[in-house]
Design a binder for this molecule. Structure first.
Ligand SMILES: [Zn+2]
Length: 430
């Protein structure tokens, strides 16, 4: 295969503090050369990609997605999910263990890893359960899971309600230096909730999930992280006070990291007006004030990463009364376009956004899978090329994901992935 020369792109690589025009060479699956401005690479027979006016950055890393495989292949498979990810600019996804069977033992980890290696478009890093079957009753075989190569532990979809069990999980996780990812929701307080609790839930007559249901668990988990000294990662923060709790914990030196989703950064609970079940998500879409606090959290590094919580469902499942529809948004196809609205509205700097999609989530994963989230010389050529200004209208029928459940159908987005390279191979091209 000829080496690829990507010429005159706007290269943004927060890992090396690069933000300017340049060119780079991909050879043998690695970043072989990178030069600023008009610098020319060594003479060679290149396949040249003219990238003037395009952004080139490390491939995105998603710490949190649901590939639904095994068990729910009607919603998504490792094949369709990784294709959607590649189309969205992602080269690494960490998949949550709420499959059937759940990823709570080595055989399921092996199944995911083998299928991803054979048929997946990009890198898939499985997350193992904290408790057996995600039931919250007994710890999963965390040692076996760690040995079989999980990247973290989580019962996502469920919190670990039992504080004593959560303490044990955090204690054990220290032996493997893997993070425990909690889905922060007090299930009892939020029970029956359909959307954010507030004026709109009252007006719509829908039972609410109060912000407190999340914040109580954020506070508890921070206390347990302090008690155990373990690595805690908080999934999909959605409220202003959650951000405040994490900020205070980091100031105290507690080992906590946090993520936020594209939808919680860009959509409010008003999306639920009209009872659109595609806007039904857990944690629920919140308020404008929450969005402001989440953005502030990104800026001051209280929030480390942007993760999608891609949650595909079938049309039949979502086409029902609001109360009966499952929670979740299929988001890999639209994540970048949604996030770039924050850049176009000058709420977030582009380099910061890229950092939260690449280098910072890579730090949470660590380097056991190679050096990720960087265009450093010699690193794996995981790279995304996108057009910051390309306008397009969301049409769920064109999604690479099987899940068409998006509240954005018909919405105009600005910014689109043009090509994605995984280990030097082009895995998506517009
Ligand atoms: Zn969750």
């Amino acid at each position: 295969m000829k080496p690829v020369l990507i010429q005159y792109a706007h290269i943004i690589d927060p890992s090396q503090n690069i933000n300017g025009t340049g060119s780079l060479v991909i050879a043998d699956g690695k970043i072989a050369w990178l030069g600023k401005d008009e610098h020319k690479p060594p003479e060679n027979d290149y396949e040249v990609i003219e990238a003037t006016n395009l952004i080139a950055c490390p491939g995105f890393i998603d710490l949190h997605c649901h590939l639904r495989d095994p068990g729910f292949e009607e919603k998504e498979t490792i094949i369709t999910g990784t294709r959607a990810a590649a189309k969205g600019g992602y080269t690494t996804v960490c998949c949550m263990p709420n499959t059937e069977p759940a990823i709570d033992n080595q055989s399921v980890v092996d199944y995911v890893k083998d299928k991803a290696a054979r048929e997946g478009a990009i890198r898939v890093l499985p997350i193992g359960c904290i408790t057996k079957g995600r039931k919250g009753e007994a710890l999963a075989e965390m040692g076996e899971l760690a040995q079989s190569g999980v990247v973290a532990f989580s019962d996502d979809g469920n919190p670990v309600m039992n504080s004593r069990l959560m303490r044990q999980a955090l204690d054990y996780s220290r032996a493997f230096d893997l993070p425990v990812i909690d889905h922060c929701e007090d299930k009892v307080l939020a029970e029956g909730g359909q959307m954010n609790e507030g004026v709109i839930s009252t007006r719509l007559g829908l039972p609410g999930m109060p912000a407190a249901a999340e914040e109580i668990m954020v506070a508890r988990d921070i206390s347990l992280a302090k008690l155990t000294g373990a690595r805690l990662h908080l999934a999909h923060l959605s409220t202003a006070d959650s951000v405040e709790l994490v900020r205070a914990a980091k100031k105290k030196g507690i080992r906590v990291t946090a993520e936020v989703t594209p939808h919680h950064l860009t959509l409010t609970e008003e999306k639920v007006l009209g009872y659109d079940s595609n806007a039904k998500v857990n944690p629920p879409l919140r308020t404008r004030q929450d969005i402001q606090a989440l953005i502030q959290g990104l800026k001051d590094n209280t929030i480390d990463a942007i993760a999608t919580d891609h949650a595909p469902h079938t049309e039949a499942e979502k086409m029902c009364e609001f109360a009966y529809a499952p929670f979740g948004i299929s988001i890999l196809d639209t994540a970048l376009g949604m996030l770039l609205s924050l850049v176009h509205e000058q709420k977030v700097d582009l380099k910061l956004l890229i950092s939260k999609l690449t280098w910072e989530p890579a730090q949470i994963i660590g380097d056991r899978f190679g050096k990720l989230g960087t265009l450093a010389l010699g690193s794996q050529a995981d790279l995304t090329l996108f057009d910051l200004d390309r306008e397009w209208v969301v049409d769920p029928r064109t999604f690479a994901s099987k899940g068409r459940n998006t509240p954005l159908a018909g919405t105009k987005l600005k910014g689109k992935v043009v090509a994605t390279f995984y280990q030097g191979k082009m895995v998506y091209k517009e």
